[in-house]
Design a protein around this ligand. Structure first.
Ligand code: TNX
Length: 503
């Protein structure tokens, strides 16, 4: 009898499933269902392709998650694909491309094949979304069978956290990284310096953190990451397929450095601490040699502990730097970054300088600058303030955030296409998207979570899923099912009235 084949346990009804009905975010490129179920229990073993060291961490992360339901889960390296259990392996595929994966769920065997280790990590994240939000309920877990083939539309899918206006300890940063990883975000940009605080230890310029790191907006005690802390963050992110992009914002947004070292000022006088929220008043002294010695040391020390390919030089709102001085400065600083083996990223203003090869412009406000950057050969990261700024209030009643660019409700944050935003800038010019959280009004992890969630899931989908496959009506129903997942992750999210959240 054919229906016998659907029997999972004796004395129980056959389990019928439909993988296509699972609320995946980001939406995968293709999902097909075969209607039966794989049972996860405490005899389930996770097999990992032998010799693929990078996959062990992914397997451990998976084991920790499903271990909540099964108590015990074993990881085992194998030479060949097993006949049952969960198998993770790397297998090149031109069709799927970088970061792609195929997740095949059969009744006895789940296979997660990534085209690279990142693809395996993303296959695991997708698999986790097939499981119930509450894994500790003690109920049997059945995974719907079928096949998912998936890969991202953009290679750069990021979030930025401003740790300068308010400082957030490394434990908070790790929690943010965990949340991003679940949605296949692969870039975490740290805005490490600004007028209000210098947040990364530079051994050759110790007063940057001693003095420049000692306060924050509103006058709190501030803080900074030692180089050891930073390395720990980098490793934690790397284990989750996330690349850290460090930013030292210059020549403006530099009051904290100018307060730490008198010699960086044109008049040779150290500035006072700044704990307000105005922008545009500070500038490094662009015609003093010591400025470039300083930058050389900072870039060298930070590049040494940054395995990722990028170094962000800021360059925004340098309103008190003369135009010609700005251009001269940005030209020189790009060469320093290149000399230490990193690729330059800068806010869209840097397009006014000569751009070196492989420079990337981060569009936030000025379309003219961005077009100029593209004419000069740069790629673009899309961070339009009016759609993608996580510090914008959801509406006029939101108790945190700003609204100079827009109110960004969850639908507005989702409903835009990076390749159709700026006339003449199309997908070929775009590296990807990034949603920045500026922290003038954000003081702790709960507040970070409230501004980031649920909008970040939408930005993750914009970065991953082709625009033709996305629409708000379908997204909002899927998002509604993720409320419970946010709660399980202890994320204090904004319960937008536009989303029919499921209890
Ligand atoms: C503009 S975006 C800034 C930041 C502020 C932010 C507040 C950008 C490159 N500069 O300095 O924090 O607005 O929304």
């Amino acid at each position: 009898m054919a229906s016998l084949a659907f029997l999972i346990q004796s004395c129980s009804e056959p389990v019928k499933t439909d993988l296509t009905q699972t609320a995946f975010i980001p939406k995968p490129v293709s999902v097909t269902a075969t209607g039966t179920a794989f049972e996860v229990n405490n005899s389930t073993i996770i097999y990992v392709q032998n010799g693929a060291e990078e996959l062990m961490k992914t397997a451990e992360i998976l084991a920790a998650k499903i271990g909540k339901a099964t108590e015990k889960i074993t990881i085992q390296p194998v030479q060949e694909a097993p006949s049952k259990g969960i198998y993770i392996a790397v297998e090149a595929s031109d069709e799927l491309g970088a970061e792609g994966y195929e997740l095949t769920i059969d009744k006895k065997l789940i296979t997660i094949k990534g085209t690279d280790p990142a693809g395996c990590f993303y296959g695991v994240q997708t698999f986790l979304q097939t499981l119930p939000a509450n894994l500790a309920s003690g109920e049997a877990i059945y995974v719907p069978t079928g096949t998912i083939r998936d890969y991202p539309v953009y290679a750069y899918r990021g979030m930025m956290l401003d740790v300068s206006r308010h400082f957030f300890p490394k434990e908070d940063v790790k929690k943010v990284i965990d949340m991003l990883a679940a949605y296949k975000i692969n870039i975490f940009h740290l805005h490490l310096s600004d007028d209000q605080g210098w947040r990364i230890e530079i051994k050759s310029w110790p007063k940057l953190t001693e003095i420049g790191g000692s306060t924050q907006v509103g006058g709190g005690e501030g803080g900074y990451y030692t180089q050891e802390d930073y390395k720990e963050i980098v490793q934690y992110a790397m284990d989750r397929s996330i690349t850290i992009v460090p930013e030292i914002d210059m020549p403006g947004h530099t009051n904290a450095a100018l307060a730490s070292y008198a010699e960086l000022n044109c008049d040779g006088k150290a500035r006072d601490h700044y704990t307000g929220t105005e922008v545009g008043f500070s500038s490094l002294c662009t015609d003093k040699e010591i400025t470039y010695e300083f930058i050389d040391d900072v870039v060298r020390e930070l590049a040494e502990i940054t395995p990722g390919p990028y170094f962000h030089i800021g360059g925004d709102e340098s309103l008190s730097t003369k135009h010609d001085d700005y251009v001269y400065f940005v030209n020189r600083v790009q060469k320093i970054v290149e000399q230490y083996g990193k690729k330059v990223i800068g806010w869209d203003e840097i397009a006014n300088a000569e751009l070196i090869d492989n420079a990337t412009i981060q569009f936030w406000a000025n379309e003219k600058n961005t077009k100029l950057g593209v004419e000069k050969g740069a790629q673009v990261i899309m961070s339009p303030a009016r759609y993608a700024y996580l510090d914008m209030q959801y509406d006029s009643t939101t108790h945190l955030g700003l609204h100079w660019a827009a109110y960004i409700e969850v639908d507005r944050g989702y409903n835009w296409d990076p390749a159709k935003l700026v006339e003449g800038i199309t997908q070929e010019n775009i590296k990807g998207i990034e949603a920045p959280l500026w922290a003038e009004t954000i003081t702790n992890l709960d507040e970070i979570e409230y501004m980031v969630f649920p909008r970040i899931s939408g930005y993750a989908e914009i970065g991953w899923t082709p625009a033709e496959q996305r629409d708000w009506e379908s997204y909002k129903l899927r998002l509604a099912k993720h409320g419970k997942r946010f709660e399980k992750m202890e994320i204090d999210y904004y319960k937008s009235k536009l989303v029919p959240w499921e209890e």
